[in-house]
Design a protein. Sequence first.
Lengths: 488, 95
Amino acid sequence: MSYSGWETVIGLEVHVQLATKTKIFSGASTDFGAEANTQACAVDLAMPGTLPVLNKQAVHYAVMFGLAIDAEIGQESAFERKNYFYPDSPKGYQTTQLEKPIVGRGNVEIKLADGRTKNVRIHHAHLEEDAGKSLHEGSFRHGVSGIDLNRAGTPLIEIVSEPDMSNAEEAIAFAKKLHSIVTSIGICDGEMSQGSMRFDVNVSVRPTGTSELGTRTETKNLNSFKFMEEAIHKEVERQIDLIEDGGTVTQETRLYNGDTKVARSMRSKEEANDYRYFPCPDLLPVIVSDETVEELRRNLPELPDARQARFVEQYGLSDYDAGVLGSDAAMATYFEVTAETSGNSKLAANWTMGELSARLNSQDLSISKSPVIAEQLGGLVARIADNSISGKMAKQVFEGMWAGEGSADEVIEARGLKQVSDSGALEQMVTDVLTANQGMVDDYIKSDEAKRKKKLGGFMGKIMQASKGQANPQQVNQILAQKLSELV
Amino acid sequence: MSIERQEIEKLATLSRIAIGEDTITEVSQRLSSVLELVDQLQAVNTEGVAAMSHPMKATQRLREDEVKEINQREAFQAIAPDTEDGLFLVPKVIE
């Protein structure tokens, strides 16, 4: 979508839940999906007299992110209190970082559909705590909200980009790249549906060629790439229509509902919270030593760009395939195990990106929850590669594995799906079909070269039918061509 | 520097604190005297002195990432004004 005469400026604020076992300031578990308030301890509930103790792993994860985007690491960082009143934050403030964030300026390179790359500058990334959840509808009585504080105190890093993106495609590419980085270095599980990554999108428009920024709006809490794309398109359209109709854009916070596709204003600048930040007296300055930074740097897992390059090199994948398989850490591992188990990386890539991904998508499953594990798919690919089964049979074997019928070999055995590749048996089969269908053979002989080619399919169909689909099609093709050429 | 009545009212709203008509003058005077103290501090030349976020010469101790807390929901909810199905209930809030 583009509007002539206008250009768009987009910046992102991304909240990433860190994959720690415990909260940022307490030893309560961060496991997702627990019964309400069973993982909210005295610190998370802001009981009087409690004090925060910072989680070492959360600090290390934040530093790892900084290293992954080649950022300055704040060797001394500090926490501030951001004061606001809302029941899902029982302290009355969020403990966050403002003046001295742990991660300073960095860079993220994005790749666009037309092959161009673009650098998106990171302004900074800081550590902070998540809030709890307010439920406005439930089994409880009307007129009240239910508060679940299990999520309160879950460690987050908030990544703030510069306004370097100029359309939805770039913003999505950037969001996906961040997802790829944080999952690859293992600091976030990347489960968007569980809110592990949430995006706030700042959008403004200005006449093409001008350099002054227009008034921006912020659309908060988008938790899917699709919703983000829709929200950006809608917001750009709204702002341009507004200005072209003689109006002005108001600086405001907006919400986008992905189910109803409706965006609405949440609060304007006039009503904006006055957060009254001040240094948190309960927390001392955080020092990360050079040794710690160097140790984390040495142990930093492979980054997506390096992995994609390795996939091209090591497995002979195309840039596109390497991009798809190498960006998601779980998918990359799955592919590598499949490739190694099967010994055929190209087929392993096709099956991982094709049948498997399609099935996972249709059932809304992440690859880590796949009923068919990589070793199983590797076993299947191996049987395709050694011609034990045809592509058609392979789909049936996949079905069987998906339904929990065991390994590829077990499904092949149980379902009697062995492909017949014995040339003696196949020759006999072809001869029998030709003999039984003399009319077709005569017709073939009478036809010219071009028409003969088309008629081959008819014979193939009969032969495959006779073999109950178990004949090796490539071999049958060869034998058939040979026998017919002898008859002509 | 003194603090205006309007600012007191705004702060009270932000902090969700009710300040009665009869005390607002007193609160205003007290806060103003705090600000006057700050004004005096402002007069000190701090050129070249790094901002300090904490008065103690110590750094934050870090905790190992191990679950140490057990579920004490029952005890916490026993002292809450209103609960149901494990949730704390509050007057309806929708932003």
